[in-house]
Design a protein around this ligand. Sequence first.
Ligand code: GLY
Length: 389
Amino acid sequence: MSATAPTSEAGAAAPTPQARVPVDLAANSYDILIGPGLIAGAGATLAERFPDRRFAVITDTTVAEHHLDALAASLTDAGLGYSTIVVTPGEGSKSFSVFESVVDGVLSARLERGDLLVALGGGVIGDLTGFVAGVVRRGMRFVQMPTTLLSQVDSSVGGKTGINTRHGKNLVGVFHQPALVIADTATLDTLDARDFRAGYAEVAKYGLIDDAEFFGWLETNWREVFSGGTARVEAIARCCRAKARVVKIDEKEAGPRALLNLGHTFGHALESITHYDAERLVHGEGVAIGMVLAHEFSVRMNLCSPDDLARMRAHLVEVGLPTRLSEIPGDIGSADDLMAAILQDKKVKRGRLTFILTRGLGASFIADDVPPEAVRAFLADKLTERVAA
Ligand code: GLY
């Protein structure tokens, strides 16, 4: 499970990324480097930015198969010493037991406090590695190398880290910003179509939150985002810039950062009710359906026009994302079951729920006074429609 490579003389110069997005957080500031082929040059990039440090690369078996050799070769070429820790793919690795084994691997490799962990993989690897980095030796630095669309536009940026417990997802963790994000967009070519689409839900989310112009751009350019042209890098950079702006003003989600949760309250409840079974629903699909539900609920509250709802749904349908509860296979419980999942996921303040609602395309807002009964009645109606469909 673990190997240590010898240190050799430094090699090639660091590659120039197609895009660089700074995240401005005073002492915790960092860059997001975006473009194809960055893993092959990662050793040079790390040697330049973190000279004389050692690294532990944390990844899973699937990502290792595709990308670990390229990263290992580049670290060796750059003369960097490193260990590797490989875990099982999937949400199950965000657990106390895998956390413990990764901590043990990092300590066994004798990394010092100034050394760095490298998260090579999707959201699970990033969240797990960031949490380990946040607590081992009372805080080590780490580098995110996201290899999924979802992690390149969302989870690798902003410092949310953590693991799951039997009480729910991400309930144990810390805010701990990475020291660098290297998003190699060529890794997305190895993603299966369903995972890419699911990540795209988070891309569309940035347009729906507060950027109708970006949503319109996606309606025109989504095919090139999917096929891997320059529009892909542009879309990822735009999402990262949007996220960097929000994180800069609200790093620990005391206020506006909650906007990034558009679609997630319903989406997390759907993931919970389907027992995080990826055969039935993956996170981005839950977010896609959740964003449609947030718009439908906003229409019902006379906040959003039915035309805007129709337009956002049409785009998600066009790219192949699910938008209706009837598209989730199997039993998804009753309105009360879904409400129980919502109440576990979100804080209830004085008997009222916080939701991200919208006044139209790109006009989302935080509504912190939503009566749970209104949400329950809405869900009951949606479930009736699901049965009729
Ligand atoms: N994924 C939402 C956030 O980072 O705040």
